[in-house]
Write a protein that binds this ligand. Sequence first.
Ligand code: CAA
Length: 257
Amino acid sequence: MELIKVTDHYAPAVALIELNRPKELNALNPQLMGELRDSLVRLDKDDTVRAIIITGNERAFAAGADIKQMADKSAIDMLVLDQFSTWDQIRKVKKPIIAAVSGFALGGGCELAMMCDMIVASETAQFGQPEIKIGTIPGAGGTQRLTRAVGKAKAMELILTGRFISAQEAHFYGLAIKVVPVEMYLQEAVTLAKEIAAMSPIAVQLAKEAVNRSFETHLDEGLTLERKNFYLTFASQDQKEGMAAFVEKRKPEFKGK
Ligand code: CAA
């Protein structure tokens, strides 16, 4: 891996992926996205990992897709490059992914953070979809995910003006779950990841699938999937252990079985 750093066991059962093109503010070129996809697919299959954190550095989570590499491309070049198929594979990762965001999360960087399951932000984080300022529009889900996250009017404002919002504003609109001082954002994400990693990984996976489905379907179908996944947890030893531990007033030990 050249453009990301992966620590499989940064904390117990928690993997950390650091985007690592600092000079380019972690601009997301196809190589970086390919490395990210390969690592996520590998970690998704690793039973010793139960939660994943994606982060950048203090100055930038990621300042968007790599403009320099895209600038001269034709529409057909972009079609053939098919860069978003990599993003589609990342979207299928079943394990929980937390974005720990400091500094710029712009364009594709904001879209990558939104593709994660939760965003923990440092006070210095800035979110935005500034593509309009360079004569294009979001291409990695921004028009859809930002609208679902913050509502139509705010999404319109951000996407049509290219304005950035602060971490506090992102928190107010429900984009970030938490804002903490810059020295703490990664630790805060680790604490959250460890809390999730202590749960039954089977229940976590089924819950993530059901929550994500709520964005993609009408209520009736979503409720049917939720119900099936709820019943499915009863086929796991973890559900028996979790409920027995509650009755016996002890801490459960989840084995992912
Ligand atoms: N692509 C390529 N290089 C980038 C980049 C990007 N998205 N963002 C920053 N860089 C590079 C800069 O060109 C600069 O490189 P050089 O030193 O070689 O000139 C370096 O990173 C540092 O950036 P700045 O000097 O510009 O730093 P700054 O602090 O003055 O400004 C910034 C920071 C406001 C983030 C500014 O860099 C900026 O506006 N970046 C572009 C943001 C943007 O438009 N993102 C959307 C991209 S399109 C997209 O993402 C499409 C999609 O939906 C997938």
